[in-house]
Write a protein that binds this ligand. Structure first.
Ligand code: SF4
Length: 698
């Protein structure tokens, strides 16, 4: 049992009764202030998406866990309690303030948040803001970030209670306890705030009987994502015990969802009008599950009627040739496999079994079958060294055991064995997400960045790539009145007009995440810095693109002032990119300068040289003749419209594809229709699966 500090009361054992901890005479009968019980109290489930750079690319943020929880909450007929999931049209679209306002508007008595490493800080920021506007709202947290050793989450002032491990078995007793409708929690594996501190019950929690949970897609509690992905968990649990992983601890044995339930989900996914084009099988090691071959055959049969792509994680070392054929026939397009390292000592100390040669054999079979394989390797494992990492890179390159390589810096996640043993193993790590290792006894802090650069060189990849934002400023998505927009993805601010000032409060409320602020006209440094400051104060966890389309190039001091005023170093993206960019670098705000293309590499280099470290240049042209386009460079902004290019836009695309084949996403158009057609020409998400832009021009 952990000691969580002087303000914390920790007790494991019998059912908890908050009265025992109630030391203040003015406190109510129950230890925590219970909100007034109303008819149909609402529990609102909220799962924020991973941060992203491009607004239109809708995230696959399917609240599967919240779906199961909502069903478990409703498992007992009770007309005083209802569960609702905050839908993707809100959580995947709005910036911080927009989500807060929507939550408060729905008047939940409890907001139940699913906390992952990528959304925990933003979720807790939102929770604090919800409390400011609706102080009686209780915040209940769950998910992989809620573990007895993750003290900063447990002690966060906005959090009222949390559940450790899978929540279905405890959601109902905890909700009713938190609402003051019962005297005892009557369950295990949770924490709750009481006047005397924090009551924490770390006893093993009861497991939920999966046969009690119909799949939440079936009654439309949740839906596949906008891009046509359906998340499917067929088993819960993992037979392996990797020391950097919490999953096997949260689910410490293997349970299977009832086959009948899975079959019904597959019927739905493969039906003609389901809109599902990919099933993401979430089982952590899909080919290890006992029933996996039967399930794969069942999908193969369904595929005769309709093709649906499959994606999953595999233990490549445990694959047979026959398995690969089965997977191929069922429609497997891509798979992730974990090599981690070829250093046997590091593998052993990470609790990782499997022979790298067998991994290579499995990957070869998968690739031969035309299945794309992303091979994961981990940087900074205890007992690995910079030299050992180099050997892993070399081995992987020579073995060719990848289609794509994904290097991860080791995270010392809450609840994992590595977290418990960190001191003993000499591991230093960051205390906040993503909890990257700083150093180990065999890997110094200064060795991480060169190792990542080496990985980039060996596999010819770019780990720090940030795509430019959409620069569409014409077309049906442009509005000039705020009332016309439910949300805003871009704000074009004419610096020479003054109407931007009165728009700012409403823009803050309607802004999306990510969001683009596009300054146009005559530089007004003070005003621009103030605007960025106000926006970022209200929406600190929003990823921001700042476009500068100015009469003159801005002075370099502007960028320093703007970052000082608007950057939030604790934004997840800044922390996540730290090993690549270094300490203190800001990735969550990106500056882009649009500038007429001089049509010559040397001149471009001269213009942009001074801005290399602060802003990217987007070279603008309206010329569509082959000769000038052949001299163009990306990011490229084409300012003509579809009427200017007439039916010749196909010819224009042909030339652009030839010249900029490697970076089609860096060819940008002001004209919405041209941009849409260009996106379609290289297979980027269709308008139906993308989020539509709404652009305010003031
Ligand atoms: S990392 Fe994957 S294989 Fe290892 S314990 Fe976790 S889920 Fe299982």
């Amino acid at each position: 049992m952990k000691n969580h500090g002087p303000a914390t009361q920790v007790r494991a054992g019998a059912n908890f009764n908050p009265k025992r901890y109630d030391t203040s005479p003015e406190n109510s009968v129950r230890g925590h202030s219970a909100p007034k019980v109303t008819v149909m109290d609402k529990v609102l489930f909220v799962q924020l998406p991973p941060p992203r750079f491009s607004f239109s690319e809708a995230p696959s943020n399917i609240p599967l866990a919240a779906g199961f929880l909502s069903i478990a909450l409703h498992a007992v007929i009770d007309d005083t309690l209802s569960g609702e999931i905050l839908e993707p049209a809100i959580v995947d679209v709005f910036a911080d303030q927009g989500i807060v306002l929507e939550i408060v508007k729905r008047q939940p008595v409890i907001v139940a948040m699913t906390l992952y490493v990528w959304n925990v800080e933003r979720s807790l920021f939102l929770a604090s803001n919800i409390k400011k506007l609706a102080p009686d709202t209780k915040i209940l947290v769950g998910g992989p970030e809620v573990t007895p050793d993750n003290n900063w989450v447990i002690t966060h002032p906005a959090v009222d209670a949390g559940v450790f491990g899978e929540g279905e078995s405890r959601i109902r007793p905890l909700v009713t306890f938190l609402l003051g409708r019962r005297e005892e929690a009557g369950t295990a594996g949770f924490f709750i705030k009481v006047p005397a501190g924090i009551h924490m019950d770390t006893r093993p929690h009861p497991q939920w009987d999966l046969s009690l949970s119909p799949y939440p897609y079936l009654d439309k509690t949740i839906a596949p994502s906008r891009d046509g992905t359906l998340f499917l968990e067929t088993i819960r649990g993992c037979p392996f015990r990797c020391k950097y992983c919490y999953y096997h601890k949260a689910f410490n044995n293997i349970r299977t969802h009832p086959p009948g339930s899975i079959e019904k989900v597959l019927d739905l996914a493969y039906s003609k009008d389901s809109g599902v084009n990919e099933i993401y099988l979430m089982d952590p090691t899909f080919n290890v599950g006992q029933g996996f071959r039967g399930l794969v055959r069942s999908m193969t049969i369904r595929r005769n009627a309709r093709d649906v792509a499959l994606h999953t994680e595999l233990r490549a070392d445990l694959l047979s040739r026959e398995d690969v054929i089965l997977l191929k026939d069922a429609g497997l397009r891509s798979a992730e496999v974990g090599l981690q390292t070829v250093n046997p000592l590091a593998l052993k100390h990470a609790g990782r079994t499997g022979d790298p040669e067998h991994v290579a054999r499995g990957v070869e079979w998968l690739k031969d079958a035309g299945i794309e394989v992303t091979t994961g390797i981990i940087l900074g494992l205890p007992n690995d060294t910079p030299g050992g990492f180099t050997r892993t890179l070399e081995w992987l390159r020579q073995a060719g055991a990848y289609s794509v390589v994904h290097p991860f810096v080791l995270s010392i996640l809450p609840g994992t064995d590595f977290r418990t043993e960190a001191e003993e193993l000499g591991i230093r790590f960051h205390s906040r997400p993503p909890y990257y290792v700083r150093s180990t006894r065999t890997f110094a802090e200064e060795d991480f960045q060169p190792a990542l650069l080496e990985c980039e060189n060996v596999f010819d990849m770019e780990l720090d790539y940030i795509p430019p934002p959409s620069l569409v400023d014409r077309g049906p998505s442009v509005v000039t009145e705020l009332d016309m927009a439910a949300y805003l993805s871009k704000w074009i601010v004419n610096l020479d007009s003054s109407s931007w000032l009165r728009s700012l409060p409403e823009v803050i409320r309607k802004a999306s995440d990510p969001f683009t602020i596009w300054f146009r006209g005559t530089m007004n440094e003070r005003m621009m810095v103030d605007l960025l400051h106000e926006f970022a104060q209200a929406n600190p966890h929003t990823c921001l693109h700042v476009v500068l389309e100015l009469a003159d190039l801005p002075g370099l001091q502007f960028f320093d002032k703007a970052l000082y005023a608007a950057a939030h170093p604790d934004h997840y993206l800044n922390r996540a990119y730290r090993p690549v960019y270094g300490e203190g670098a800001i990735i969550s705000i990106n500056f882009w300068i649009t500038w007429p293309d001089p049509g010559n590499a040397e001149l471009r280099g001269r213009v942009s040289a001074a801005y290399d470290s602060v802003a990217g240049f987007v070279w603008e042209t309206s010329r569509i003749d082959e000769e000038s386009l052949s001299r163009s460079s990306t990011p490229l902004l084409f300012s003509g419209s579809i009427t200017d290019s007439g039916s010749d836009y196909r010819k224009l695309f042909e030339i652009l594809h030839e010249i900029h084949a490697g970076r089609p996403e860096e060819v940008l158009f002001r004209d919405a229709l041209l941009q849409e057609k260009w996106n379609a020409s290289f297979g980027k998400a269709s308008p139906e699966s993308s989020l539509a832009e709404t652009i305010l021009v003031t």
